[in-house]
Design a protein around this ligand. Structure first.
Ligand SMILES: [Zn+2]
Length: 418
């Protein structure tokens, strides 16, 4: 099948899987959970098989509790809907998300055969919000007692707690086969993201240079070099001075099956003497204090405002977890870019950094953000304004991308795409 089609469909179309109530089972098996009504008399509602790993097939829970679900075609996200609410699950993640709240399961949601399986505590953490019924687990006897309608809600923490927890949430328990065993393949499509644009000006120099204009000029020069010398397809997230939203930027990369996403920015500092080059890749919480502050400012400039409980944050965090599979390639790309920029521009090396940058979070491919210099430093501003210097920046970025491409072909950098 056409991969482009599948991916596009994965983003745009969602196939609803409606599963209706199956036959109730009369008795529990030894390796199962008995589901019992909480009313006096405690009528048996059914049972759920427990897998040897201690997980339960989500489809069997959906059958028993009359839930429906829709999964995106990429197959890593599922929205489960019940009479009283819905929640979102992400394959490989222990998170259950619902209405700006999250609960943490004891184990990540996994693929098993055709569907997802969930740890036992999904019954008490996820189900009450879906069914509106209180759930109590008697773990010793493997009996789940189900309360009356109207007794259960989803009780989770606010999303802002997620950033605190992020360092404990590992996604590497689940790695798709295609990521484990890719055939060596170089870059085919690169998406360049000139930062800001339109009403988002970015940093501004004392002589009036704007980041949005500078980075667009560099991106266009880089595009020409990549197309001419490397013969790969290059797409810019914007080609003139207009505003492009954060999600849109990475969606452009995702929809075009890009192999690499490079966001290009110029830096600013309060102190005019500060200068240098730095390259970022994504992390969610493990960044150093300065990187975190940088991310806050950069995210705000790019229009990610609103309270931390914002749905946008949840969405961003989900995307971040998708990006986690590409962390090592992102780190490699960032290192090459940083090295090449510092050498090519004889710039002050401020290092490769990790920060929770919203613009990188949506990317389903290795993604980095390069800060090509400080526009707030008057000397650098003059240089950055020169066409010839911008060509040097583009050449340094080109050299790094070419090295990354060769590294992929030689198998030295493990490709993250099938
Ligand atoms: Zn910027």
């Amino acid at each position: 099948m056409n991969r482009t089609l599948i991916r596009k469909a994965g983003i745009l179309a969602i196939i609803p899987i409606l599963v209706f109530l199956g036959a109730f089972l009369a008795s529990a098996e030894a390796s199962g959970v008995l589901i019992r009504n909480g009313n006096p008399g405690g009528k048996i509602l059914g049972s759920l098989d427990l897998q040897p790993s201690g997980m339960i097939d989500l489809a069997s829970i959906m059958d028993l509790f009359k839930l429906r679900a829709s999964m995106d075609l990429m197959g890593d996200r599922m929205d489960v809907v019940g009479q009283s609410g819905s929640c979102r699950l992400l394959a490989g993640s222990p998170l259950v998300l619902s209405r700006g709240l999250f609960a943490l399961l004891s184990a990540p949601v996994r693929f098993s055969g055709a569907g997802l399986s969930v740890p036992l505590d999904f019954l008490t953490k996820g189900l009450p919000g879906l069914t509106g019924r209180f759930m109590e687990m008697d773990a010793a006897n493997s009996i789940l007692t189900v309360g009356n309608p109207g007794t259960g809600v989803f009780s989770g923490e606010k999303a802002e707690g997620l950033t605190r927890l992020a360092s404990f949430i590992q996604r590497d328990q689940y790695v798709p086969e295609k990521i484990l065993n890719p055939a060596p393949k170089g870059l085919s499509v690169v998406v360049l993201d000139p930062g800001h644009g339109g009403r988002s000006i970015g940093a501004k120099g004392s002589s009036g240079t704007t980041e949005k204009a500078l980075v667009l000029s560099v991106a266009e020069k880089l595009r020409r070099r990549l197309e001419e010398s490397l013969g790969i397809k290059v797409i810019l997230t914007r080609t003139a001075d207009y505003f492009v939203g954060l999600k849109e930027r990475t969606a452009i990369a995702n929809n075009n099956n890009a192999d690499l996403f490079i966001s290009i920015h110029a830096n600013a500092a309060f102190r005019r003497e500060v200068d240098g080059i730095e390259t970022y890749y994504l992390s969610l919480g493990s960044g150093d204090a300065r990187a975190m502050e940088y991310a806050r400012v950069e995210n705000e400039a790019l229009g990610l405002k609103g309270g931390p409980e914002d749905e946008a944050l949840l969405e961003a965090i989900l995307w971040d977890m998708a990006q986690t599979s590409f962390i090592s390639q992102s780190r490699d790309a960032a290192a090459l870019i940083q090295e090449s920029l510092v050498a090519g521009l004889k710039g002050n090396d401020r290092g490769v950094r990790q920060a929770p940058l919203a613009v990188l979070m949506g990317a389903r491919m290795p993604a980095v953000l390069a800060e090509i210099g400080f526009i707030s430093n008057p000397e650098q501003e003059i240089k950055l304004n020169r066409e010839s210097y911008q060509e040097e920046v583009a050449r340094a970025l080109y050299n790094a991308i070419e090295q990354y491409h060769r590294g992929l072909l030689r198998g030295e950098i493990q490709g993250g795409r099938p």
